[in-house]
Ligand binder design. Sequence first.
Ligand SMILES: [Zn+2]
Length: 449
Amino acid sequence: MAVSITKRGGAQSHSSKAVPGDRLSRKRSLSDGYEKEPPLCTRKRLAALQALQPRCETDGATELAILKTSCTPDSCVKGGTETETDTGSFLELMSSWADTQYSVKKVLQHLRFRQADDNVPLNESVNKKFLEFRHDITEECGTEDKQHSWAVIEKREEIVMYGPYYPNYNNGEHSEDIIIKQTQELLECQSVSEDWKVYVFTTNSPCLARNTHACMLNLVQKAQEWWSMYGVKTCIGYLKCWGFKGAKETLFKDINYIQVDCVDQTEDHKRYAEAAEKTEINPLCDIVFAAVKPPLRFPRFALINIVQGHSWKSWFKKINSVFESLPEEEKEICTQEANAVLEAAQVLLSEERSERVEECLERGCAFALDYTFSSKLSDAIRDQMRLTFQQCWKEMVRGKYAEFIREKLTEDFNQCTVQLFIKDVAKFTKEYLEIGRIHFLEEAPQVAQ
Ligand SMILES: [Zn+2]
């Protein structure tokens, strides 16, 4: 078997040293098996993520149905004993999550009612285990920020660690694929005892959308299989919420400053759509509008946090066009002046206090008005440079602000996705599966378990 395995003292003694498994470079002749598995009957509904507009055509009846199926009442789960109805609803639930188009809508419906920061942390004892294992792996392999996974089979008499594994995007393989294969092999080739536990670590939460079966659904399906076949429990811990497709989520890509402003200024979707038509922006569908509308989605911000390095100066290139056609000598003086004003404007970017976007725009305008240009410049050139500075400032602040909003919306959406998924499946799997975010000791969990 390609994986190297650590055997050490069992659950009670954590003192022996971990020797984590091989790196991606020398692994995996295990490609069969996984692909040949019959696909989940639920997966036929898996739909590729589509662009914003087609994804959001409004269908009142469908949306209502979505909310009804998603919010499976707890009464369906009868004290952990699996009935036929439970199996049916569980498959139905998994099927709804495999249908990305459908589940994206469901998350958007929830996003508008969502409380800030209601992450799903792991329970304390499982979290502690993950921290111990992570400590061992880190000690052996160093810290790693990139996406990777490792896993542990905890037995009474020994602990088996394998990984870290990295995704290989060239062949579409995610790190969780390898974890699943390895775990499956390890369980198959041993006489499994019912008190074993599988711990799966992944930097980002397993994906929920992919051109093939999503890792999160694969893992839940496997956890159910391992439970029913071997009586083994599974814990999945992650550091960041990936949602469907992480930073590549395109749901909010059309949200620019004019959109933000238009959403902010209008009371409801009908009025928004009218205003959008007037300003000639591509209107957001009502479900996205409702998700981004609440005031907390348009937060104050500190410019210092969203403008990094010297790249901001590229927003001010237009200033040069003011004196481009002047004779060489004058042009040189103007260039110096342009550099000087940008140098002085650095002070505007060091503001650490968070402010409203209007305040930030005003600061830039006031700065340009107060700034004393060299008397070597003509009045006309001075006025023109002042005006152009103000325009560039406005474009930069609005552009950066919209980017900040898009990032925040995507982050909220991804968090909400993972959280909703975990809460959904927990209704059926709490006996044998726990999924949650790993929290560090200095950070208090946001939700008590
Ligand atoms: Zn994945």
